[in-house]
Design a binder for this molecule. Sequence first.
Ligand SMILES: Cc1cc2nc3c(=O)[nH]c(=O)nc-3n(C[C@H](O)[C@H](O)[C@H](O)COP(=O)(O)OP(=O)(O)OC[C@H]3O[C@@H](n4cnc5c(N)ncnc54)[C@H](O)[C@@H]3O)c2cc1C
Length: 429
Amino acid sequence: MAASGGNTVRRDRRKVGVIGAGIIGVAVASALQRDGHEVFLVDRDAPGRGASFGNAGLFGTSSVVPMSMPGVIHQLPAWLTDPLGPLALRWTYLPWIAGWLLRYVAAGRADRVEHQARALRGMLGRAVDNLAPLVEAAEATALLHRNGSLFVYRSPKGFAKDRRAWELRARNGVAWEELDAARLRQFEPSLAADCAGGILVRANGHTSDPFQLVTHLARHLVKQGAAIHRSAATGFALDGDRLRAIRTAEGDIPADAAVVAAGAFSRPLARQLGDPLPLETERGYHVMLRDPEIALGVPTADQEGKFMATPMAGGLRLAGTVELAGLAAPPDWQRARILLRQARGLFPALLDHYPEERLSLWMGHRPALPDSLPVIDRSRRSPDVFYAFGHGHVGMASSGMTAILLADLIAGRPPTIDIAPFRANRFAW
Ligand SMILES: Cc1cc2nc3c(=O)[nH]c(=O)nc-3n(C[C@H](O)[C@H](O)[C@H](O)COP(=O)(O)OP(=O)(O)OC[C@H]3O[C@@H](n4cnc5c(N)ncnc54)[C@H](O)[C@@H]3O)c2cc1C
């Protein structure tokens, strides 16, 4: 690399196409552009219309606890049969997802959980700080907040059940303050009087509009010379193992390198490159309440109801639940309405009924590997095609580190953190 007049001119500048303009794709493209590469994005939709649109917006440094934990096999039946429960399975989809579920349960083995939590800590430890330089360059810092997040327990039993998860967080350097019932209510007066207690993680942050965050990053990319191709990527044109172009529904786009960042839809692209990956979707829902009766200070998670209430630019967002039903099934809006019912229990000032014009409902596809870790790697078939997908419940929070790692990989630098846990070939079990 050589410096010229304050600008950095790279001798190894490459033309890199990023497939997918969600938070991962735009963050990766931004980091590559900053590194001096010529970048373009390929998305069949406008930027930020996938899972990155409607999530809870948490930048959780504390989100190091994998979804599958020891004992998950005993919890699954209760969750799956509870209509208000945090996890739903469309039974017709069971034959398709059975293999993934077996791996999911296997990922909950105690030693694997320790390994996954360590890997997640590397991704998330500086969640806001890692993305901040890209957000600053895009003049979107007003969308990032660093005032912590709250985890609420309705009952002492719920707290006790989660002890193991907090011990895992402690072993991974997460710091927090425990709030008894009185201090909890002092911190967040809109909570129900009978909440047992809570935990405040001051190092967590959030965005008040995930969609706008993606949009700002995408706009800045374009301002700096990137192209956005509105088309579905269908594959890769290779000369031997070297990439020649990204294949799209509208024709080939020449590229020296490509990054697959198509979220839950990345599986067929990776399969073409010799990497059959157990990528599934954990569908999630949100309800937005316009002009809510409460004004939360920070994102507040109901640790027993398993949803998050986040103060957003457009109102109060209630987001969560996992539904295993694949990519094609239509949304089950009951899953979203359950969130509202749960939230009324936590925040009594919310109304029993809202006129439809004050509500909006949304469903999105979390891209999920069974071990709660993304795939960050080079493809098996070509040294020019890279993977950045499968960020599950923490794609917003891990976008900054993912961008740093992809920039490292494409530049041939040693990666900033160990990427062995994110290898594409790790699913031998
Ligand atoms: C209810 C809910 C709450 C969540 N809360 C949080 C949270 O609080 N914090 C957090 O960190 N994470 C959270 N997440 C997870 C987070 O939203 C995701 O991990 C993240 O958005 C994934 O980003 P992505 O860019 O990989 O995927 P996406 O945002 O889905 O983007 C993928 C893009 O690829 C495009 N695409 C797909 N296939 C093709 C193709 N063949 N060609 C071209 N384009 C293609 C799509 O159109 C899309 O724009 C939540 C998710 C849900 C559903």
